[in-house]
Design a protein. Structure first.
Length: 217
């Protein structure tokens, strides 16, 4: 089955949900604490942030890196991210991450709550893109939901990829890709792709640090 329609609906959801996007960060202390984890991660140099959303993580990355290039496909969330992030070292780019290719290399590639939105069939290409974006010695750092988060989602079956149904305040409904990665299988999958990876769990989330295959060009 083709996942293009599902991904199009996912993009539409995040555009429509822009002004509801930040609600969990205000309501859940555990998520607020997770934001602070950035201060303990090896984020250095020029940083590429994939799927930056409304910029919850972007100022923290800017405080640790030399520069931040923050990318998202949704115009509406980027507008909120720009309003939140005043650092002159941050550049925002609107682009579809399933089509975008890095024009340069970065010391750190960071993405929070994005990996779970990548269909499994597209993971090898996604990680190839991440590898192509990393400078020699660079690292990918990622944060996402673990399997326990499935209990809080309306999980769908018989979809082109693992998916969930999200509802907005106006009653509209959208399908999104939602893969609840377990740390061990994800580690195995990345290792099979040639990555060196360490993943640790924190409450219902996981935090990963990965180095690309040494043969990456």
């Amino acid at each position: 089955m083709d996942d293009d329609a599902l991904l199009a609906e996912q993009r539409a959801y995040y555009r429509a949900a822009a002004h509801e996007y930040d609600r969990p960060y205000a309501e859940y202390e555990a998520l607020q604490q997770l934001l602070a984890v950035v201060d303990d991660l090896p984020i250095t140099g020029d940083v590429l942030e994939l799927a930056c959303g409304t910029g919850q993580w972007t100022p923290r990355l800017a405080a640790r890196g030399r520069s931040v290039t923050a990318i998202d496909a949704a115009t509406e969330v980027l507008a909120l991210a720009r309003a939140r992030t005043t650092s002159p070292t941050v550049q925002f780019v609107e682009a579809d991450l399933f089509e975008w290719q890095p024009p340069r290399r970065y010391d750190t590639v960071f993405f929070a709550f994005w990996l779970s939105h990548v269909p499994p069939a597209r993971l090898p290409d996604f990680w190839n893109t991440v590898s192509a974006a990393l400078a020699p010695g660079g690292r990918a750092i990622f944060i996402d939901d673990g399997p326990a988060a499935a209990a809080h989602e309306d999980v769908l079956v018989n979809q082109p990829a693992p998916a969930a149904l999200r509802r907005l305040d106006d009653g509209s409904q959208y399908r999104i890709v939602k893969v609840f990665h377990d740390a061990r299988p994800l580690t195995d999958d990345l290792t099979a792709l040639g990555w060196s990876v360490r993943i640790r769990t924190r409450a219902g989330n996981f935090i990963g640090i990965a180095e690309p295959p040494t043969t990456a060009s």
